[in-house]
Write a protein that binds this ligand. Sequence first.
Ligand code: ZN
Length: 191
Amino acid sequence: MHKILRLNSAGHPIDWINYQTAARLYYLNHIICECGSSSIRLRGGYNRLKRHRSFLNLNSIVSTNNINKLDYSAFTPPLVNTTLFKRDGHQCLYCGNIFSHNQLSRDHIIPLSKGGNDTWTNVVTSCKRCNNSKGARTPEDARMLLLAIPFIPSRVEYIILRGRTILADQMEFLISHIPKSSPIFQRYTKP
Ligand SMILES: [Zn+2]
């Protein structure tokens, strides 16, 4: 089932919510704007007297009346392999080939044993073969060239990376909130 993109009252994306949470927000009158161009139809109960089933149409993007002020600059998403591999488009940043999740690994550019950190800017997606041949060496020592510079996903980029099935209007909205220079912008807007 598709998730609903929740915005704060200023129209900034906060996160995905499931339809139960969205239905509750509708019920509590917390939705101040329906900003998407598509909707998800929920089936309600069957009314015996009226002999019809009730429906609730949830908009794909909703803005809610919370006064949650998000600090976009200080945001660092949790570092997990699923999001890391998606950040790099499931591409090994050494050999350039695309792999499935279980053929990939987290490579520390400066190895942990040499004082490197387990942080977004020191980790890249690597196939297991490249990771093995690099071993506990830096790319320079191993004579392996990095194909891209690792970066910390912004809050909106992180929302994109966490989305499983993103509707076209949701993607269009999210993409409009990230800079054109972002590798994620370039990946998702490629013709
Ligand atoms: Zn590789």
